[in-house]
Design a protein around this ligand. Structure first.
Ligand SMILES: Cc1cc2nc3c(=O)[nH]c(=O)nc-3n(C[C@H](O)[C@H](O)[C@H](O)COP(=O)(O)OP(=O)(O)OC[C@H]3O[C@@H](n4cnc5c(N)ncnc54)[C@H](O)[C@@H]3O)c2cc1C
Length: 386
């Protein structure tokens, strides 16, 4: 296991950081306030290959790998967690799902358009009564000749209302419980698909989120992903990939909070000196530095394993996702204390970063779910699946 990034990774990191600082940081606060989705920036990110790191060149990717994906995601999320969401919708929840489970025709038809961001994608599991308990979903897909007829409601789906295509999970054999779920590639502009207004959120406000209503939607049978009733297996693999992205996004959030804290601690003078000179402030900064770096290293380990072909590294993925999510909230708390009244000002970035930080704890598997995975592995109750 390497603990130093390669020269290639460092060059990538510098390039993405430069892009994020120039193109995203100046507009992110305005977009968050007005809840504006930056379609133009997403297009630019697609053109620059940001969504194609774990995708082979033959499908429009750049094949730079999972560590590169984590680096790009962290740097973008450092500038905007809202834009960090796109690494789920364009890469892990759609393109990688298609790459790992799609037919050759499906791969060629969808992946290049998603990687280039010509099309936007979404990935829909969650329903009003099915949060972490995914098997409680009630959306159904009933076979009718050459079609499946899709009915049901998905909620809290990132990018739903602006997506061109989606990976949608539904029961084809409800009696089989989670063994009866299938996955479909669905045209989000098809007749019978409609959306709620944008769901207002605590954080990530510039990333659209909506409910999706499927009302007798005709999905061509050849839009089934893999075999019927393989949906749960596909979903679990996608979760392992999505949660790497989620960890990297939280690391970006941690770094942004640390950057703001250091800036303020070295600028604000009280009692005749920079507040960073006070040991109690230094203690908070020290914890922030270590927790950010520990979260980053867990994320790189997880990405590095996937790069070596260990795609079902559920334990290490949960460790990275859990630690990074909790670190973001703790660091946000410390940053808020260091900021004093400056952090309370509506226009100060730390308020947005703090609201963004809370989101990591509940999305892409809540911290409780990840603690369950980690502890049941340690206790021997859950068998490692590799
Ligand atoms: C901004 C945003 C974007 C999202 N994007 C998407 C998306 O693109 N696609 C998608 O499918 N979903 C998406 N989601 C949904 C997200 O993944 C869910 O919020 C998540 O599944 C958690 O479900 P829930 O909020 O219903 O929590 P619940 O499952 O109701 O959990 C509530 C609480 O109970 C705890 N809990 C639940 N079960 C257990 C258990 N067995 N043991 C211990 N504690 C437990 C949880 O840890 C949590 O603290 C998004 C959500 C948000 C807010």
């Amino acid at each position: 296991m390497d603990f130093e990034l390669s020269e290639e990774h460092k060059v990538l990191q510098r390039a993405v950081r430069e892009f994020a600082e120039k193109e995203i940081m100046p507009i992110a606060p305005i977009d968050e306030r007005s809840r504006r989705f930056q379609r133009e920036t997403v297009t630019r990110m697609g053109e620059l290959g940001f969504f194609g790191c774990p995708i082979p060149e033959e499908y429009g990717g750049n094949n730079m790998g999972f560590v590169a994906h984590a680096i790009v995601c962290e740097e973008i999320a450092r500038a905007s967690c809202s834009l960090g969401v796109l690494f789920n919708t364009q890469t892990m929840g759609t393109s990688r799902a298609l790459l790992e489970f799609g037919t050759e025709e499906q791969k060629r038809n969808y992946i290049p358009k998603l990687v280039s961001a010509e099309w936007l994608g979404c990935f829909a599991v969650t329903e009003p009564d099915a949060g972490n308990d995914v098997a409680a979903m009630s959306t159904t897909a009933v076979k009718d000749g050459d079609y499946y007829i899709l009915n049901g409601t998905k909620t809290w789906i990132s990018l739903a209302q602006v997506a061109d295509t989606g990976i949608i999970f539904a029961y084809t054999e409800p009696d089989l419980r989670h063994h009866g779920i299938s996955a479909f590639i669905v045209d989000m502009n098809a007749s019978g698909v409609s959306f709620s207004p944008d769901q207002e959120k605590l954080g990530w406000r510039a990333a659209p989120t909506a409910e999706i209503y499927f009302d007798n939607v005709k999905v061509p049978a050849n839009n089934l992903l893999a075999e019927p009733e393989q949906g749960f297996k596909i979903m679990m693999r996608c979760f392992d990939n999505l949660r790497l992205t989620a960890a990297a996004r939280a690391v970006g959030n941690c770094q942004a909070l640390l950057d703001e804290s250091v800036k303020h601690a070295t600028q604000r003078v009280q009692f005749g000196q920079e507040i960073g000179q006070f040991q109690m402030v230094q203690e908070v900064i020290a914890r922030m530095v270590v927790e950010t770096d520990a979260a980053r290293l867990l994320t790189y380990r997880c990405a590095g394993q996937k790069e070596k072909g260990i795609l079902n590294n559920t334990l290490e993925t949960s460790m990275a996702k859990y630690f990074a999510s909790e670190a973001a909230s703790k660091i946000a708390d410390g940053a808020f204390r260091i900021m004093g009244t400056s952090g309370c000002a509506g226009s100060h970035p730390v308020g947005r970063l703090l609201r963004d930080a809370k989101m990591h704890q509940i999305i892409d598997g809540s911290s409780n779910i990840h603690k369950m995975i980690i502890s049941t592995d340690a206790l021997g109750y859950r068998k490692a699946n590799r």
